[in-house]
Design a protein around this ligand. Structure first.
Ligand SMILES: Nc1nc2c(ncn2[C@@H]2O[C@H](COP(=O)(O)OP(=O)(O)OP(=O)(O)O)[C@@H](O)[C@H]2O)c(=O)[nH]1
Ligand SMILES: [Mg+2]
Length: 219
């Protein structure tokens, strides 16, 4: 008998890519610039988002946020304090967001009222990079307590990122972190990647990230 072969992974990614394209079309139609924030658990994604969204709101640039977590409402509750529309997606076990989840998030945001849509992906340096979402800009949040070799160990996430934020630089005096080595590993993976060292705690250099976003809104 003839054996039928089904490659599940390929089908899964093809369907995901199709929905990602639909997301892109919907966001473009509404003139929304979208940003996918990835990074390891606890790297400071929500903390950076809090500072960045607050600054953008002060500039009268309306934001919406999709929060991705395996479980819990912790991050969406933190963001909702800023008075911006926020949707919490609980993946129920999946270690990443997929295009269909973003589609559902988009359906629950007031698209006519927002200019920038942030997505905080599930804290993970691997899987989020494998699933296209239909988002304009990928950000990886690294932090100095993770060690400087992480770009070399998790190259995919860094290779698909437009910007890397090196967070927690306020801890520099107490943590051993060789910035030059980190940057060198990163540049090996992606020569033209933008690197911004920040501290979400003190707010240092968050304005550089905001500037990058504002410059890209109209593109
Ligand atoms: N010292 C210092 N601590 C920070 C900084 N940014 C975040 N933190 C702390 O790091 C911890 C994790 O921060 P979160 O913003 O929740 O990190 P996250 O990446 O959103 O975490 P998950 O969503 O769980 O993956 C919290 O205790 C923050 O207060 C920083 O710039 N400096
Ligand atoms: Mg978070």
């Amino acid at each position: 008998m003839k054996v039928k072969r089904i490659v599940v992974g390929e089908n899964l990614f093809a369907k995901n890519d199709e929905i990602a394209e639909e997301n892109k079309v919907i966001l473009k139609k509404h003139g929304i610039f979208s940003i996918n924030i990835m990074g390891g658990p606890g790297s400071g994604k929500t903390s950076i988002l809090e500072k960045t969204v607050a600054t953008l709101m002060d500039m009268n640039i309306a934001c919406g946020v999709i929060e991705g977590d395996i479980a819990g409402m912790f991050d969406s509750e933190r963001i909702s304090v800023l008075n911006v529309p926020v949707v919490q997606i609980n993946t129920g076990g999946a270690c990443h967001l997929e295009a269909m989840m973003i589609k559902k998030g988009i359906e629950n945001l007031p698209l006519a009222d927002i200019r920038i849509m942030f997505v905080e992906n599930v804290g993970n340096l691997v899987c989020p990079a494998e699933f296209k979402l239909g988002i304009d800009c990928n950000i990886t949040v690294a932090n100095i307590t993770e060690g400087e070799e992480k770009p070399a160990k998790y190259p995919l996430m860094y290779s698909i990122s437009d910007v890397v934020l090196i967070n927690k630089i306020d801890l520099m005096p107490t943590v051993e972190f060789d910035v030059d080595r980190f940057n060198a590993y990163l540049k090996e993976i992606k020569k033209d990647i933008k690197i911004i060292p920040v501290s979400a705690k003190t707010g240092k250099n968050i304005e550089h990230f905001v500037k990058y976003i504002v410059e890209h809104i109209s593109e």
